[in-house]
Write a protein that binds this ligand. Sequence first.
Ligand SMILES: Cc1ncc(COP(=O)(O)O)c(C=O)c1O
Length: 401
Amino acid sequence: MGGSELIGKEEKAAVSDVLDRGVLFRYGFDAQRKGIYKVAEFERDFAKYMGIKYCQAVSSGTTALRTALAAMGVGPGDEVITTAFTFVATYEAILETRAVPIPAEIDKSLNMDPADLEKKITSRTAAIIPVHMLGVPARMDEIMQIARKHKIPVLEDSAQATGSSYKGKKTGTIGDMGIYSFDYVKTITTGEGGMVATDSEELYRRAEYFHDHGHIHNPAIPRGDEDRAFPGMNFRMDEMAGAMGAEQLKKLDYVLRRQRENKAQMKEGIAPLGFEFRDLPDPAGDGGDCLIFFLPSAAKVIEFGKSLGQKGIGTKILPSGMNWHFFDNFPDMMERRTLHREKCPFTCPYQAKEFMYKKGDLPKSKELLERAIALGISVNMDDAAIKKVIDAVKSAAKEVL
Ligand SMILES: Cc1ncc(COP(=O)(O)O)c(C=O)c1O
């Protein structure tokens, strides 16, 4: 699971301290808070850890995506290319900007296939969102090369890969902007929370203002007197989440080390079965979130998953969470379901002619995802827990294959 396994006295003390001071809001109240600004501290430390200039904490990974897209100026009539395999949030954030999401196929890394990305670029493509799924970095060299060639900005969705890296650079810091999620099941957690990262001061300021109703923050004047840049939203992180984040960040390297060790041990244990494993574009940068291998057919995967379940071993997303992570299974989007009044403006994505993707339009992704099994890795797994998984996989293989 990650950081949630390690919540302990450090987080408790930090959150209690915030409660003792009684200031839960990240801005202002300077006299009461006695110099303690937990969200700002988390942002500063996170930026340092990631090796990036600016970080803006927000209320979730979803609002981080929405904020970053706003900062990049994405809006009605634009197309945004992302990948077929991601959590619905990536698509929802694009739809929220009134832009049109365009799914690109994945390759054996289960992340964006650069060749398909290039095919999907049109004159209306306003942004590209590669997603580093389940801790594994996407093929960022190829993606950045294509994006630069076509002069399209890149927003990395690193919600599931906090601390992972690609060729020495942390995921989320390679494109023009990056986002992270700190929900309860992510690599580190603030309960709910997210972060927007960028090296561009201009993009950062736009994200900063957007996430707080357009406030042009100026510590020299009262908040109520500040100017407004443009209409924004309230996507602020509160001080308790900031306190959690600052403590969890200190544990991130330990989380990654333990996950990587446990994954290596599990992989070694099942390697003799001869399965084909997921491609890793940079094995050293894998966060170790889970171990994925392919079986010969979708039918075998279902049987295999059942057999593992009977032995008390669950799978992570593949195959058990496909309804929420594969574009083919998002009927709400394909059928253009909406809460808007029926006659929405023609720029509304639900009415846009360009939004023509339907079930079956992503055959390569479907074929790969349906043949994949993902075994979750946790920080606190001991040798016995790892052996239990290996034994279950061996016995499922005997039964099913
Ligand atoms: C790839 C991806 N993007 C975005 C999100 C959204 O993050 P949050 O749950 O913090 O809103 C998630 C969460 O699962 C995710 O997996």
